[in-house]
Design a protein around this ligand. Structure first.
Ligand code: F6R
Length: 608
């Protein structure tokens, strides 16, 4: 949600912090701030808006300190104002705190502090942390943070400096991500690897209820109970250029165009044509129980949830497993009653989505076994599941998820194939699926080479205010995902529907002012989709069809046609979603929207 970056070392901290904030801006972006320490002097600035506003504010100041903390905010408590921006400080301006998460008992803590004469200067929950740390500080900053942790309920990743403790940053986490980066000329902490990937790829993940004191020379970790923890740094594979635009105008477009490579990365070393059985090393630790499993529940949010919805059809086709898909935010409140040997698959790009984490914790309590399909290595979900598969897709920075969606579909297909081949799926079917998977990257490339055509279609339709997306079976979730992409980055109202539901209501909306994107590849649902398209056309609705290339019948019927290469029914969603992503992208561009940072959204939703 919010982004945290900290540095202590030999270099000037301010440029490192600003650069880190820019890389984190996608996590939240309504205000930003930093505090940089030089001896007992602290330079402290906050600004409403994007990081550039903070840059303008500090422009005429010579901030020389080599230790500091910085934050980009996505408001939860209190309006996005300068007073509510982080860092927050105590009355004497000794303690400076940045925070990602929510302090649930802040009202009680605030009232107690106020009764003791403490004056608050913001509406945030975070400010109580600054006053409590100040109250408990007796020369040992780590102890003061530990005592504060024992008083607060909720989630936090925090970083703290104290005027009397130059060269020292204390960080702590409960529920919100925090990573330490081990650099050559100093050390880092951040809520996300992308903030420090330019300086180091050696990271140490902090676990829940742990604290760390970071200095120029190293770091020490301890638990909330003051037990020392030894943990070595891990090396992450992400390269600095993964977090650059590399000539693209937006990360979203860059990530859409990266998709052939994303598919290759998801399949690399995992395809085995001979036996038609993929290899997924990450699930081998639980293979003995997984292969016997007959009930799976996929839990996820947003785009990851829609990928799960496609996964349901894929599992039904390839395996004998009874499969359900649940919105994590609903699942956590259900009365859960699993059959024996149920596996829960938590699917998440960030691996930090609060609802998905809460869902797996609830499932664990009820005795389920847990798998993760996660992109961010070492993230909370990857660590709280028994085993799993990484996407290996590199950072996804555009707030609207694109490349991870097709990566998730690929991994679900591999997993279903693997399980199916140990059940009733034949060698021929297994090999056929693997052959079809192998050519997907080139097929996506073919669709991308038609980007200009899709841009022209977007130009024709972007001024319509209401859109419908329709699909059936495998492509029904693509209709929902297409509608989500369009609404979240262009702010055009769009609905994703199962085409069979048309006559149960949405058909009333059809008129010449309502474009429908009909996803109608030549699959087992094709004839039914054609009927639906005819129903729309006979009511003078506008139809943009996404169909199998060369489908002249469909092309003739509709206003505009986007072709995708032929593939297996189960793999059509991977191809069909790409034109939907591009339609959303170009519409948003014609409308001049802030594509990588759509209003009110944040990349990683670490609060409920
Ligand atoms: C939409 C989007 C969100 C995320 C959702 C889950 O484009 O990005 O709907 O898919 O917030 O996020 P992860 O996958 O990180 O759990």
């Amino acid at each position: 949600m919010c982004g945290i970056v900290c540095y202590v070392g030999k270099k000037k901290a301010q440029p490192i912090l600003i650069e880190g904030l820019k890389r984190l801006e996608y996590r939240g972006y309504d205000s930003a701030g930093l505090a940089v320490q030089n001896g007992d002097h602290v330079d402290y600035f906050r600004a409403v808006g994007r990081i550039v506003e903070l840059e303008k504010k500090i422009h005429d100041h010579d901030i020389t300190g080599s230790s500091g903390i910085a934050h980009t905010r996505w408001a939860t408590h209190g309006e996005p104002t300068e007073e509510n921006a982080h860092p927050h400080t105590d009355q004497e301006k000794n303690v400076f705190v940045i925070h990602n998460g929510i302090i649930e008992n802040y009202q009680i803590l605030k009232s107690k502090l106020q009764k003791n004469g403490v004056r608050f200067s913001s509406d945030t929950d975070t400010e109580v942390l600054a006053h409590l740390i100040s109250k408990y500080f007796d020369g040992d900053l780590c102890e003061a943070v530990r005592k504060t942790m024992s008083k607060v309920e909720g989630t936090f990743g925090i970083a703290v400096i104290h005027r009397n403790k130059p060269g020292q940053i204390v960080v702590a986490r409960r529920g919100s991500p925090l990573i330490i980066g081990v650099g050559k000329d100093g050390n880092f902490a951040a809520s996300d690897i992308s903030a420090m990937v330019r300086y180091t790829n050696k990271v140490v993940h902090l676990n829940d209820n742990e604290l760390a004191t970071i200095t120029e020379d190293g770091f020490t970790i301890s638990t909330a109970q003051a037990i020392a923890v030894q943990r070595d740094a891990e090396t992450v594979e992400w390269a600095p250029e993964d977090a650059e635009l590399n000539g693209f105008p937006h990360f979203m477009l860059k990530e859409i165009f990266e998709q052939p490579e994303t598919l290759r990365n998801a399949m690399r070393g995992r395809l085995e044509q001979g036996e038609g059985v993929p290899r997924l090393g990450g699930i081998m630790p639980v293979w003995d129980t997984l292969k016997e499993c007959r009930h799976i529940v996929i839990v996820a949010c947003g785009t990851s949830y829609f990928a799960g919805c496609v996964g349901r059809y894929i599992f039904e086709k390839l395996t004998e497993i009874d499969i359900e898909v649940e919105l994590a935010s609903e699942f956590r409140y259900r009365k859960l009653n699993f059959p024996h040997n149920t596996y829960i698959i938590a699917m998440s790009q960030s691996g930090e989505t609060a609802d998905t984490l809460a869902a797996i914790r609830e499932a664990r309590r009820k005795g389920a076994k847990l798998l993760g399909i996660v992109n961010v290595v070492g993230s909370s979900i990857s660590r709280e599941t028994d085993a799993g598969v990484y996407n290996h897709a590199g950072p996804e920075i555009g707030v609207a998820s694109t490349k991870i969606f097709i990566s998730q579909l690929t991994i679900l297909t591999l997993l279903a194939l693997l399980l199916g081949r140990h059940q009733n799926l034949s060698l021929t079917e297994g090999v056929e699926a693997i052959r079809a998977l192998e050519v997907l990257p080139e097929q996506v490339q073919t669709i991308l080479s038609e980007a200009n055509h899709i841009q022209a279609i977007a130009e024709k339709y972007y001024h319509y205010n209401n859109w419908l997306f329709l699909g059936r079976k495998y492509c029904y979730p693509i209709a929902m995902e297409g509608a989500l992409k369009l609404k979240e980055i262009s702010y055009i109202h769009a609905e994703g529907y199962a085409a069979g539901e048309m006559k149960h209501g949405p058909i009333a909306l059809i008129n010449p002012d309502m474009p429908t994107v009909a996803i109608a590849p030549k699959d087992s649902m094709y004839d039914k989709m054609i009927n639906n398209i005819q129903e729309i056309k006979s009511r003078k609705g506008l139809v943009i069809a996404i169909g199998t290339e060369g489908d002249e019948q469909l092309k003739e019927m509709v206003d505009d046609f986007i072709g995708i290469p032929p593939t297996l029914d189960i793999l059509n969603p991977i191809l069909a979603v790409v034109p939907c992503q591009l339609i959303a992208y170009y519409c948003a561009r014609f409308l001049n929207r802030d594509i990588d940072k759509p209003r009110n959204l944040a990349k990683s939703v670490t609060v409920e």
